[in-house]
Design a protein around this ligand. Structure first.
Ligand code: SAM
Ligand code: SF4
Ligand code: SF4
Length: 369
C-alpha cells in the first residue's frame, strides 16, 4: 500500500477532497461520495440484557467467549483514534456496545472526548445509546463529564413483555426512571428507540406513542434488522415503518417534518397538535445507504464500514505496533476512500451475497448499534 506522509497538524486545514486517487488528508469521501461524519465507538461487547433480537441467550450463554480486558481499546487509545477521526471530518461520536454503561469509569472517556473539537472549532456532538438499566444512577455524572445527549432503548411498556424481550428480568419501570433522570439533568432531547418485531411487540406501538407524546422525548421505531448471525431474522417479523406510522396516525394525526440533516437515519413525523414528534428508522423497507456517513469502531479497535460487514480493519494493531498519528490517519483515509458498502440497498439481491460469502456477519453487540 503506498503511503503519502501528511503532517498531522495540517489535517484541520486542508481542503475537502474526494475519490480514492487523492492524497488522504482532511475531510474524506468514499467511492460513493459519502463523507465520513459519524463515528460509533463500542466500548464493551458485554451486556446485562439478552434482547431476543440482539444477544439471544441460547448463543450468548455462560460459555460465550467475550473479549478479555486486554483486548479492549484503552481510553487513551480511543481518544487518540477519535482525535484523528475528528481531524478527518467526524462531527458526531456515539458511544455504544454491548451496554456502554457497563464499561468501568466511562465518564473518564467522555471527559476526554468532550474536549475534542472539529477543525472549524465546534464542539463534537457526543452521545450514547444505552438500555437504560443503569441510567438513573449515572445520568448526572454522564452530564457532568460532558455528554450531550442520550438515546435509550425501550421495546415495551408492558412489564411482562419487556422482561420477555430483554430476557434478563429487567423492569420497564427502571428504564422509564432512567429516561426521566436523563431529562432532569438536561441530556436532552432524549431519544427512545423501540425495535418493532411483528407479532412480538407491535401491540406496544400505540401505548408507547401515547406515553411519550408530549413528554419531550422523541420516540423512534426501528425496523427489526437482519444484523449479525444469531437472531434468526425473518422478513415476516418485520413490520414496515409505513404501517407503524399508519397505526399511530389513526389515533393521533401526524404531519411529515423536514430532516435535520441529509445523513439523518430517521424520517420525522410531528403530531398535528404540536405535542412533539416521532421518528421511524426503515433500514429494511427504505434503505438509506446513499447518505450513510457512519463508521464503527469495535470494542477491540477494528474499523467497520457497514453494520452488515463481516470483517473490519485492525486499527488496534497499528496503535500497538507504535504507528505514528500520521500513519494511522493515512490508513483511516485509505480505508474510508475505498468504501463502497451499501448492504441495505442490495439486501435480497445477488449483489448483497459477497457479504455473506466473506463469513459470518459481525454481531451488533460487538460492533455497536
Ligand atoms: N445496549 C445499548 C442499547 O440497547 O441501547 C446499545 C447497543 S444496542 C446494539 C444499539 C441499538 O441497536 C439498540 O437501540 C437496539 O435496540 C438496536 N438493535 C439491536 N439489534 C437490533 C436488530 N436486530 N434490529 C434493529 N435494531 C437492533
Ligand atoms: Fe444489550 Fe443493547 Fe443488544 Fe439489548 S440491544 S442485548 S441491551 S446490546
Ligand atoms: Fe450504512 Fe451499511 Fe446501513 Fe447501508 S447497510 S445504511 S451502508 S451501515
Amino acid at each position: 500500500m503506498s503511503r503519502r506522509i501528511i503532517p498531522v497538524a495540517d489535517l484541520s486545514a486542508v481542503p475537502v477532497i474526494s475519490g480514492p486517487a487523492q492524497a488522504p488528508s482532511g475531510a474524506l469521501h468514499d467511492t460513493l461520495a459519502r463523507p465520513l461524519r459519524d463515528l460509533r465507538i463500542s466500548v464493551t461487547d458485554r451486556c446485562n440484557f439478552r434482547c431476543v433480537y440482539c444477544m439471544p441467550r441460547a448463543v450468548f450463554d455462560k460459555d460465550y467467549a467475550f473479549l478479555p480486558h486486554s483486548a479492549l481499546l484503552s481510553f487513551e487509545e480511543i481518544e487518540r483514534l477519535a482525535r484523528l477521526f475528528v481531524a478527518h471530518g467526524v462531527e458526531k461520536i456515539r458511544l455504544t456496545g454491548g451496554e456502554p454503561l457497563l464499561r468501568k469509569n466511562l465518564e473518564f472517556l467522555i471527559e476526554r472526548l468532550a474536549r475534542l473539537s472539529t477543525p472549524a472549532g465546534r464542539p463534537l456532538d457526543l452521545t450514547l445509546t444505552t438500555n437504560g438499566s443503569l441510567l438513573a444512577r449515572k445520568a448526572q455524572s454522564l452530564k457532568d463529564a460532558g455528554l450531550s445527549r442520550v438515546t435509550v432503548s425501550l421495546d415495551a411498556l408492558d412489564d411482562t413483555l419487556f422482561r420477555r424481550m430483554n430476557d434478563a428480568d429487567f423492569a420497564a419501570a427502571d428504564v422509564l426512571e432512567g429516561i426521566a433522570a436523563a431529562q432532569a439533568v438536561g441530556l436532552a432531547p432524549v431519544k427512545v428507540n423501540m425495535v418493532v418485531k411483528r407479532g412480538t411487540n407491535d401491540s406496544e406501538i400505540l401505548p408507547m406513542a401515547r406515553h411519550f407524546k408530549g413528554s419531550g422525548a422523541v420516540l423512534r421505531f426501528i425496523e427489526y434488522m437482519d444484523v449479525g448471525s444469531s437472531n434468526g431474522w425473518n422478513m415476516t417479523e418485520v413490520l414496515p415503518s409505513a404501517d407503524v406510522v399508519a397505526r399511530i396516525a389513526e389515533h393521533f394525526p401526524l404531519v411529515p417534518l423536514e430532516a435535520h440533516s441529509a445523513a439523518e437515519t430517521a424520517q420525522r413525523w410531528g403530531y398535528a397538535d404540536g405535542s412533539g414528534e416521532i421518528g421511524v428508522i426503515s433500514s429494511v423497507t427504505r434503505a438509506f445507504c446513499g447518505s450513510c456517513t457512519r463508521a464503527r469502531l469495535s470494542t477491540e479497535g477494528k474499523l467497520y464500514l457497514c453494520l452488515f460487514a463481516s470483517s473490519g480493519h485492525d486499527l488496534r494493531a497499528l496503535l500497538r505496533a507504535g504507528a505514528s498519528d500520521v500513519e494511522i490517519a493515512t490508513a483511516v483515509a485509505e480505508i474510508w476512500q475505498s468504501r463502497g458498502d451499501r448492504y441495505s440497498q442490495l439486501r435480497g439481491s445477488s449483489a448483497a451475497e459477497p457479504h455473506a460469502q466473506e463469513g459470518r456477519r459481525v454481531e451488533m453487540s460487538y460492533i455497536g448499534g
